[in-house]
Write a protein that binds this ligand. Structure first.
Ligand code: NAD
Ligand code: DAU
Length: 349
């Protein structure tokens, strides 16, 4: 039996990782540590919560005593660290909370692992990070590889870059067994509807404007969330300790093209005439410091661990749009309260 601490397991990607690990590895006990911020939702884990190999712990990764106690009380063998503030727009409004959670929270977990793990045999600290640490690409032939120099451009990516550096510093200085992965934009069920894809599907459903930042020419590289979870599984079990893996699906889309695809798919599934919701597309002021293009080269992960995405983008988009249209109550529950205030501040009524 291994005791695995997954942080941020009630969030978007974390919930898919918790589900995969609980189902595939009954010999592991999964401890899900999550503060249940606006982005954490235990409803995402309804199908897992009764499993004998799953325990939820409500707590803050910045809480020094609470985190130390988790390591000793539950004899944690490995960490998969996903808890973070994850939305770039929020980091522009409130950078300090990103430094607190993403930098200090990660450091607190590293320190607790170092203190608890006298014997490092079979221990692992897996840090889940983002491609945004590499900055913004301007040459169309360029891709982010694992050795691309860090050049974070937003408070969010600066906080994630800092946390990555701390993880590597602990590996180098204290010999902590670590692995880092940097992934591109995820999409799929259970993503909080402040991010482009769920926000726009929800707005199409309600006939609300689709606020495309700037010219809509920014490019993102999209991966289905379950494929990211499968990659984490492969790296957790077979990744080289001390190493870094980029995760991505070689699937670049200009924002405006992606938005038109979402509109066409949603209109079809809603039974609207073709092109019906195109009128909702509204170009708005650009995000401050908006990174132009992200594009991940994940060939190392494919070459060394045999991972590749399981889903074609067309199928993933269809599944995703259908999930949000079918799960209107989930959307209503997560968009009430604090999120309604945030939405008014960002986009007006
Ligand atoms: P999310 O915002 O959906 O979920 C974050 C989770 O962390 C929530 O459940 C929240 O309650 C929890 N959390 C926040 N602060 C906490 C704290 N102080 N203590 C304990 N729990 C806390 O995020 P996500 O999109 O699922 O991203 C998960 C991780 O993957 C993040 O580290 C993010 O940087 C990284 N990542 C995300 C993407 C993406 O496209 N979403 C891509 C690459 C990497
Ligand atoms: O690349 C990985 C990163 O992807 C993760 O590390 C982040 O946690 C995740 O939030 C995501 O960051 P982005 O900023 O790329 O995702 P977001 O969904 O916020 O925006 C995607 C693109 O769409 C981006 O170019 C900004 C644009 N956009 C976004 C919103 C919310 C709009 O045009 N309008 C919007 O209202």
């Amino acid at each position: 039996m291994k005791n695995i601490l997954i942080t941020g397991g009630a969030g978007f990607i974390g919930s898919h990782v918790v589900r995969l690990f609980c189902n595939r590895y009954p010999e592991y006990h999964i401890f899900n540590l999550d503060a249940l911020t606006y982005a954490g939702n235990l409803e995402n884990l309804r199908d897992v919560e009764q499993k004998p190999n799953y325990t939820f712990i409500k707590g803050d990764i910045c809480d020094v005593e609470a985190v130390q106690e988790i390591f000793t009380r539950h004899a944690i063998d490995a960490v998969v660290h996903l808890a973070a503030e994850s939305h770039v727009d929020r980091s522009i409004r409130d950078p300090l909370s990103f430094a607190r959670t993403n930098v200090m929270g990660t450091l607190n977990l590293l320190q607790a692992a170092r203190v608890a793990w006298n014997d490092l045999t079979d221990k692992l600290f897996y840090h889940v990070s983002t491609d945004e640490v590499y900055g913004s690409l301007h040459n169309p032939d360029e891709f982010f590889v694992e050795t691309t120099p860090y050049d974070p451009q937003s408070p969010y990516s600066a906080s994630k870059a800092s946390s990555d550096h701390f993880v590597r510093a602990f590996a180098n200085t204290f010999g902590l067994p670590t692995v880092v992965s940097n992934c591109s934009n995820n999409y799929g069920p259970n993503q909080f509807p402040e991010k482009l894809i769920p926000l726009f599907i929800n707005n199409i459903r309600h006939g609300k404007p689709l606020p495309v930042y700037g010219s809509g020419d920014n490019v993102r590289d999209w991966i289905y969330v379950e494929d990211h979870a499968r990659a984490i599984d492969a790296i957790f079990h077979r990744g080289r300790r001390g190493d870094t893996y980029n995760i991505g699906g070689f699937n670049e889309w200009r924002n405006i093209d992606l938005v038109r695809t979402l509109v066409a798919t949603a209109d079809r599934l809603l039974g609207n005439p073709a092109g019906h919701s195109e009128r909702l597309i509204t170009f708005v002021a650009d995000r401050a410091g908006h990174d132009l293009r992200y594009a991940i080269d994940s060939s190392k992960l494919h070459r060394e661990l045999g991972w590749q995405p399981s889903l074609q983008f067309e199928e993933g988009v269809e599944r995703t749009v259908r999930w949000y249209l079918d799960n209107q109550q989930w959307l209503e529950r997560v968009t009430s309260g604090e999120y309604a205030n945030y939405y008014r501040q960002m986009y007006g009524d």
